[in-house]
Ligand binder design. Sequence first.
Ligand SMILES: [Zn+2]
Length: 322
Amino acid sequence: MQSYTLGIDIGGTKIALGALSNAFHLLARREFPYDPARTAEDTFARLAAQIRDCLSDAGAEAAAVTHVGVGLPGVLSPDRRSLKFAPNAALFNAFPLYDALQSLFPGAALRMENDANAACLAESRLGAGQGFRNMLYATISTGIGCGLILDGKLYRGSRFSAGEIGHMRIYPGGEACGCGGQGCAEAYAGGANYPRRIRRRIDAGEETAMTALAAKHGGAIDGRVLSAALSAGDPMAREVFGEICAALGLLFYNINKLLDLDAFVLGGGLTNLGEPLFDGVRREYAALCTPMDDPAGGRFLPAHFSSAEIGIFGAAMAAHPA
Ligand SMILES: [Zn+2]
């Protein structure tokens, strides 16, 4: 009998799920937004209905689901059955999600994983990180987080909070960060922060093509606006882009001093800037290297999975520990 894996990716405002064969072919997927103000019971009931529909689209019986993986945006408890800290998915903090899912699939192996770790597993086993014994997968979006594969295994840290690289302090006394610290990498390269830096300069009277470009996109400065302004040769866009690349180059250089990795796989919204971003990060990384450093150390690769799929594949991979 064919058997299946269910991957469930719980985000801050939406849940994506997919039914996969146990050879990791995605057979069907669903996605639905949820209102964090509604009750967890309500949201779980919707999730259960979506799971049933998704399995039916895939032609799979619930009894044939042998593995269920869940990706969660937060720090998991040591038994990986609940969330200890999830600023972006507080809804499930007090809800027994593990038990509720287990009761839907009593015969299946059920595993929960931090979403960045889950994504790292997917890139490591099926994506751009295949074949590397030591690798890092970073997601560079609103925030910056990462998963780590060391000696072929996922590294979670002593308190399950390894990989919070967005809050590594790269410029002491620098820009304030949402975490309460100063000079964090995320304060320069995070999607919630570089637009604020641009806005501040505009408010101070500086000219930039981004003012008009943002107006076309409903007023918000985002990656599309930055990208369009870069193509138009806008000086402020170039400067801010330079700051982003410099922050990431420095961050990854310092990480590699500690870990000596085979590869950095980069995903998340900012990587939609494409090759110019990768070139910029490589250049900044290389500029920091000394004769001590192996030039092969800074290998930066784009993630294989799209941001729409990485959560589902990550959750599915988390259900199958190596
Ligand atoms: Zn921070």
